[in-house]
Design a protein around this ligand. Sequence first.
Ligand code: 3PG
Length: 395
Amino acid sequence: FRTLDKAEVRGKRVLLRADLNVPMHEGAITDTTRIERVLPTIRELTEKGAKVILLSHFDRPKGKVVPEMSLAPVGKRLGELLGRPVAFATDCVGPKAKEAVDALKDGDVLLLENTRFHAEEEKNDPEFSKALAANGDIYVDDAFSAAHRAHASTEGVAHLLPAYAGRLMEAELKALSAALESPKRPVGAVIGGSKISTKLDLIGNVLDKVDVLFIGGAMANTFLAAEGVKVGKSLQESDMHETARKIAAHAKEKGCKLVLPVDAVVAREFKAGAASEVVPVDKVPEDTMILDAGPKTAELISKHLADLKTLVWNGPLGAFEIAPFDKATVEVARAAAKLTEEGKLLTVAGGGDTVSALRHAGVADRMSYVSTAGGAFLEWLEGKTLPGVEVLRAK
Ligand code: 3PG
């Protein structure tokens, strides 16, 4: 794909697709990571004299104008972080957008309203793509985290204009490729989460690519139960035992070592400060549930990490949101961070609540790369092609 190195942008109207879908609570942005991560691309474009026209979706308004899902507050925050004014247009197509675009001078920045206020966006409607493209001379895509959506602003419009990957997209693709497509071996993956059923494709694909797979979270309970281990009242999927056994057999065939917990933190109730104890996995009391991997497991995984060159991380090892069930996740995350800082391990993390788990462990900025993507990271781990990336590759 073409990067900004190859783009002639001076005086041009650059449609920059960002993912400004930031978490918001009662009208206040609670995490600005996604805004911050697109700043280098915006700065580079403005410094090179482009007219930057930002496109993004926000939340899921389902094709209607929902005032609470306006991008206006995000534009305000973006202006503060960028340290320069960011103009705002109340529509992403039509006369309002055109008027705002026409008013831009070289080096100016404009944010267009939520693309999902139009139903045609998610339908990838060709006419809508044309209407978006009418406001740009060049298209730059910096929304890796929305690249699993074949929508007009992430895919359709890229067919109509010279298209380039922005700096964030470039960094995401580089990191992901170094982690799984052409990794330094041995390569391992930490996969946590509650259900095997939602991560079947992911585990299947990752198994084919890594040398060691650490399974954590409630998903591990299903693997253990499938082996005949009594897991008490733990969350697990009884109808997935056969599948879990097949996955284990497949791993063996492929020469991928599957590492399951050897001990567990169990409790009778799932609440903060609940009385808990550490037991070997084959000694889980009948009336308790497993809420975290135990210290021996954390140590075992950390030891394995020391032999690896590359690590992909998706999902926590336990119910990390509630203490004391965060210990295994925190300990292993810190071990990975230490090895990363020593230059011994390349760590790439992303998807779902992985980033909040790493933040909780205080190591989110100590990994080699933390993706901004949730769903897109998972689909990439599943080995799926992402339409927003494919269209750039084709260019
Ligand atoms: C995300 O937050 O993962 C992306 O912005 C995509 O959002 P979506 O799941 O609503 O398409």
